[in-house]
Design a protein. Structure first.
Length: 268
């Protein structure tokens, strides 16, 4: 009895023409967002090196560059369809370095080192609160309203803190001024782990009828950024950090009281 033929009747086995090329392109697409994330980590690492040299302005600029790279990696991943759980975890770990450890170290070397253990504790608290903020975000990412962030995002907290250092790169001359930044660091740490809501602006619709009304405002903001640069950027970040507490404090004044139903006067 003849053995059955081992030949395949139809398309030949093995990779089809162009398969290896497509796989190579796909691997490149997945690597591209990771390169932005690695650049984010490198900026955070390098900013610590500049802080040890006393070049606090360059350290601050590097962290703002890290924030730009942090914003690009997720957008590039979504545009190329290369989002992955690995990329999300790598992005969170990079944020701990660039927006947690680096700002905590910089503010300690810049202003808080004079307070010895108290300054070390407060700067370390900023790092811990930032890590907790990221962990909570990862856990609640699919269960919270996407229009709002619960707690101040760690890049915004780091930007507000580092922006102030960028505007005032020279070490503060008085203990009183350094004590102010001790309080600022504590407040930003609390805002990250608080339940105060911040607008995410993810629901901003470019096709809305109100969009043309915002064009002059956007143009004015861009003009301020180009003219004032670090001062305008810092002002926007500080205003955003304050917007959450201010909104919570003022919200009872703007909420409409529900009218009470009239009492029934009818008899039995």
């Amino acid at each position: 009895m003849p053995l059955p033929s081992l030949e395949h009747d139809g398309e030949p086995k093995g990779p089809t023409p162009g398969t290896s090329e497509r796989r190579g392109v796909r691997r490149g697409v997945y690597v591209l967002p990771a390169l932005f994330t690695v650049g984010n980590i490198f900026c955070g690492f390098l900013s610590i090196e500049y802080a040890t040299r006393g070049a606090f302005d360059r350290a601050a600029m590097l962290l703002f560059l890290a924030a730009i790279l942090d914003g690009l990696d997720g957008r590039v991943a979504r545009l190329t369809g290369s989002t992955s759980a690995f990329g999300e975890q790598l992005d969170s770990l990079s944020d701990v370095i660039s927006f947690g450890m680096a700002p905590a170290f910089i503010v300690y070397r810049w202003a808080l080192s004079d307070f010895d253990r108290l300054g070390l504790t407060v700067s370390f608290l900023f790092l811990v609160c930032g890590a907790c903020r990221l962990a909570r975000f990862n856990v609640q990412i699919h269960v919270v309203d996407k229009r709002f962030f619960v707690g101040l995002p760690i890049p915004s907290a780091a930007g507000a803190l580092i922006g102030l250092i960028w505007v005032l790169p020279d070490p503060l001359p008085t203990t009183q001024a350094k004590a102010v930044f001790l309080g600022v660091t504590l407040i930003l740490s609390y805002l990250m782990i608080s339940t105060i809501k911040y607008r995410s602006f993810k629901d901003f619709d470019l096709k809305s009828k109100r969009t043309p009304l915002l064009v002059p405002l956007i143009a004015a903001v861009i003009g301020l950024l180009l003219f004032l640069q670090e001062k305008a950027i810092t002002a926007l970040l500080v205003i955003y950090a304050l917007s959450g507490p201010v909104t919570r404090l003022l919200s009872p004044l703007f909420t409409r009281r529900t009218p009470r139903a009239p009492a029934s006067t009818g008899g039995a």
